[in-house]
Design a protein around this ligand. Structure first.
Ligand code: ZN
Length: 392
């Protein structure tokens, strides 16, 4: 027995050395059990992130844009020969190739805007879903019926008919998105549902409160917007915490009701994290000082598809050590020259401005690296490695 186990232990130790296998110019080493991967995928078209949880369960947050070509937009990546949804599915199939039959265990849409949901049917054409989570199933009527959503509803109903578990995110709960393969091996892993449709976790138990006034008390032009209704979650793995909040706003225009700021009550519940993706791509209506001071991440991800991502005021808050002290590293999937011209030299503080961004969290969650992958082809070559960052 000893002769068998000792070399295996030694081998395991070698492979546990942080990032020993990461080599600039070489393909990203495969995910391995116990590791948590967060891949912010750059297709140049909308938002999409693939999570590979410690037991191999897969979660796709958003599905890129459809045919829509935004003005002042980023170009398609790797190129325009395939729609974004197909590139995302191909990315997922590659990163999940340890699995004999790769599938997305949970496909999750933060909200119903094209830059988040436009590619969902295309993704599903190329890799199967096991569950689909959104903010509207099955009635799709908050804050009002959504006639424009019919193609997506048809898609969701067809998925349900094919056996996919379609669900609405239930705010406050932990475990709606759960480890599917070996949960008992990772008792310190949790995904907590933070917000949906303005119903926000209080931070205690599974309790929530409705942040928006009753719809009956509002006029139609004062209804919560689609962005305000975004889903939010906090993922925890030991000391490592990550926040994802869709396009929720927090920096409201003068004169608008206080409840139009969704970030502040969300931030009160979430608390400090190691890393987050900027709400609303860092648009000027997002990422308020309270959120930054409460979450105080070491690492920010920015999903960019147009020249005002991030906004200039948001950028000033991100780098402000008055809001919270200490270092922080900022990574963008893309950065357009037009935005550099507006924001100026300080934008050069970005740690990366082109490529897929991979957070690779070591088993147990104690530390993590940020790895930038070349987005110009499907070789997934490492461009840069940052860290290790210690979880706090
Ligand atoms: Zn968006």
């Amino acid at each position: 027995m000893t002769t068998l186990t000792s070399p295996r232990l030694a081998l395991a130790f070698v492979f546990c050395l942080p990032m020993a296998a990461q080599t600039i110019g070489q393909p990203l080493p495969d995910w391995s059990p116990g590791t948590l991967d967060i891949h912010q995928i750059n297709t140049g078209k909308g938002n999409s992130a693939l999570f590979i949880l410690p037991d191999g369960t897969s979660l796709l947050i958003d599905a890129g844009d459809g045919a829509h070509k935004p003005p002042r937009g980023t170009g398609p990546k790797p190129d325009g020969s395939r729609p974004a949804g197909e590139w995302i599915a191909r990315y997922a199939r590659h990163m999940l190739r340890h699995d004999a039959s790769p599938a997305i265990d949970y496909a999750y849409l933060t909200h119903f805007h094209d830059d988040h949901m436009g590619g969902i049917a295309e993704v599903a054409r190329h890799i199967p879903f096991r569950a689909l989570i959104d903010r509207g199933w099955p009635s799709y009527d908050y804050p009002a019926p959504m006639p424009g959503l019919k193609p997506y509803r048809d898609f969701a109903e067809a998925q349900a008919g094919a056996g996919v578990k379609v669900q609405r995110l239930v705010p406050g709960r932990a475990g709606q998105i759960a480890l599917k393969r070996a949960p008992r091996n990772y008792p310190n892993f949790e995904i907590r549902n933070i917000a949906a449709n303005g119903e926000i976790w209080t931070g205690a138990g599974d309790n929530t409160r409705q942040h928006f006034p009753p719809i009956a008390n509002l006029t139609r032009d004062g209804y919560p917007t689609e962005n305000m209704c975004s889903l939010a979650i906090r993922l925890s793995y030991g000391k490592f915490d990550f926040f994802s909040g869709g396009d929720m706003p927090g920096a409201r225009p003068d004169g608008s009701p206080i409840w139009n700021d969704v970030e502040t009550p969300v931030a009160q519940a979430v608390g400090p994290v190691e890393a987050m993706i900027l709400n609303h791509h860092g648009n000027r209506d997002s990422t308020n000082a309270f959120l930054l001071g409460a979450l105080r991440p070491q690492v920010f991800l920015i999903s960019v598809w147009t020249s005002n991502h991030p906004g200039e005021d948001v950028w000033a808050r991100l780098i402000s050590t008055r809001i919270y002290p200490g270092p922080r590293d900022i990574f963008a999937t893309n950065m357009l020259e037009a935005n550099r011209m507006v924001i100026g030299d300080s934008l050069n503080k970005l740690k990366s401005s082109q490529g897929h961004i991979v957070l690779r969290v070591a088993p147990g969650g104690e530390s993590f690296h940020v790895i930038i992958l070349d987005d110009s082809d499907e070789a997934f070559r490492v461009k840069a490695v940052h860290g290790p960052y210690q979880s706090r």
